[in-house]
Design a protein around this ligand. Structure first.
Ligand code: NAP
Length: 356
């Protein structure tokens, strides 16, 4: 098939660079435009970006001239990915959707909008039906799809098998979050080296709200009735480069579930993406370890190209039913890779179509 022409908005940032790396050899998508702020526009990409990926800038991107984040500046693209700063993403993403250009974004601005999907393809693929209720573009071509906060991805993917099998009453989650989650230059080294910071502004609110929409029920009017699960979250910044580790306590809706039953639910869970052949979909979206030292960020965040969520230490837990540890790669599965997978699902479902 001809590859879709894609633009990357916020292409110079930490998430933008991950998009460039992940899309450099993508079988369905070809980057034809990179865009960022007026500070970068007009420069060659390799001069504008402070490149932090451990491979060289892909040669076909290095010499591209960075454009302004304006739909008139990207006339050829079929759709855009967005890794823009949230301070500006709201207005710019709306302009692209109004101009008939689908936006697949990492930014938080539209996650709570009534008809905008907050999407993890293995968790709530049916929520893409919300798109047909969006009114950004009278011609129905432009729309916005969001992916969740980087902690919510390993949290909901690891809760989903339990939710499907037993229902969930309540969750207490403590996140140990990598410094790359704060972008570049991010957390000052004097704050984080040899240290733990027990607060990340705005994070706990997102972790307590976004899973409710992700695990909620799609209604006939295109809205989502949020799940009634009770969630409490504590977010900590730790001196890890990539990979958010979560300590999770779960109380199930069903009583007397044994540890063996819970293990079996994880080991036999089949992703709703099975059979769709999406290029970035992990073969096993959630892998459970029996080894009690696993998962660990340095060892397991890169599993399946950073797209697999891992978990371990599943055990009975006093006041709650179960405790476990979960891990997700924050800038791949929790950001750029998650958005690429969202776009692949939208292409497979013919919601993103070639422009001409
Ligand atoms: P970042 O490194 O600070 O990058 C921000 C990007 O936004 C840069 O490309 C920047 O361009 C661009 N930008 C800033 N002002 C702009 C303007 N006025 N017009 C157009 N573009 C502008 O941030 P990041 O960590 O990549 O995060 C990007 C987004 O993804 C944020 O919304 C963040 O919340 C979200 N996110 C991040 C992570 C993560 O793990 N890091 C995970 C999930 C979601 P210049 O270089 O030209 O300034």
């Amino acid at each position: 098939m001809n590859r879709f022409k894609v633009g990357v908005l916020g292409a110079t940032g930490a998430v933008g660079q991950k998009f460039i790396r992940l899309l450099a050899e993508h079988p369905w998508f070809e980057i034809t435009a990179v865009a960022a702020s007026s500070r970068s526009a007009g420069k060659r990409y390799d001069e504008a970006a402070h490149w932090i990926e451990p491979i060289p800038v892909p040669p076909q991107i290095a010499g591209m001239v960075v454009r302004e984040c304006d739909p008139a500046e990207l006339p050829e693209v079929d759709f855009v990915f967005s890794g823009m700063d949230a301070a500006v993403a709201g207005e710019i993403e709306r302009k692209f959707a109004e101009a008939g250009i689908p936006v697949v974004t990492n930014a938080r601005n539209y996650r709570r909008e009534a008809h905008v999907p907050l999407l993890v393809p293995e968790v709530n693929p049916d929520h893409i039906a919300q798109i047909q209720h969006q009114t950004f573009d009278p011609n129905g071509r432009g729309f916005i799809v969001t992916n969740p906060n980087c902690v919510c991805v390993p949290l909901v993917l690891s809760l989903k098998p339990l939710a499907d099998a037993f229902g969930i009453d309540s969750v207490v989650v403590t996140s140990m979050q990598a410094v790359s989650g704060a972008g570049y230059p991010g957390v000052p080294s004097l704050d984080i080296m040899g240290n733990v910071v027990p607060y990340i502004g705005g994070e706990e609110e997102k972790i307590m709200w976004e899973p409710l929409k992700l695990l909620g029920d799609l209604q006939a009017d295109g809205t989502v009735r949020n799940s009634s699960i009770g969630i409490h979250a504590s977010a900590y910044r730790v001196p890890v480069i990539e990979g958010h580790l979560l300590s999770v306590l779960v109380k199930l809706a069903k009583a007397d579930v044994t540890e063996a039953q819970a293990r079996e639910v994880y080991d036999s869970w089949v992703s709703p993406l099975a059979g769709l052949q999406l290029p970035s979909a992990p073969v096993k979206p959630v892998l459970r370890y029996d080894e009690p030292r696993y998962p660990q960020p340095r060892l397991h965040a890169p599993n399946e190209n950073g797209m697999q969520v891992t978990m371990g230490r599943l055990r009975k837990a006093g006041l709650f039913d179960f405790a476990y540890t979960a891990l997700g790669h924050n800038t791949i599965r929790g950001a750029a890779g998650g958005a690429v997978l969202n776009a692949e699902l939208l292409v497979a479902k013919e919601i993103i179509r070639p422009r001409n």
